[in-house]
Design a binder for this molecule. Sequence first.
Ligand SMILES: [Zn+2]
Length: 199
Amino acid sequence: MRIERLARIGCLALGMAAVAQGQEREIAVGLDNSQAVPFALLAQAQATAARIYAGVGVKLRWRSQAATEIWIQFDTGVAAGLYPGAMGYAMPYGKTGTSIHILLDRVLSAGSQKLAGVLLGHVMAHELGHVLEGISRHSNSGLMKARWDDHDFDQMLVRPLSFNSEDADLVRVGVARWQCWAGPDGRRHVTRRARSGRR
Ligand SMILES: [Zn+2]
């Protein structure tokens, strides 16, 4: 166990060096119940999220749920009392794996039809940002803002919102950490404990 731990620390050091050199990193993200999302809308959302992460040197690889530790579930018909006003939430260390829940009905009713796919991609990218950063924080502007306003929605249609520099650094380090803590079977070997979800 000790050797395993040292190997992971060494891996993380190498990962941090790669981050410092600006090398592109990859992270696999599974999608669950994605059939609830119209195909064209999901494609636009994936392209938007991928573009946001490409901006910080991270390549998103979309997978089926079973093959990944971070997965996004699309929920419909969720009670209004669950995280009122939120369009998604993350369960970073949930018992069933690290999951992101997208409250699809709320996303689709939040803006115009034109905005729907782009907004969905932003919500997916935002919640994934929480998981990768590993801490509960929001920024005053950009993708990791707690609540987007009309100006942000208008901006999304022009070009995706981006991570600010602090978030970008945390995300890059988070990707390196995820890669080192995953075992050869792709599962993450850490002690699990349930945490409350967050927006
Ligand atoms: Zn948030």
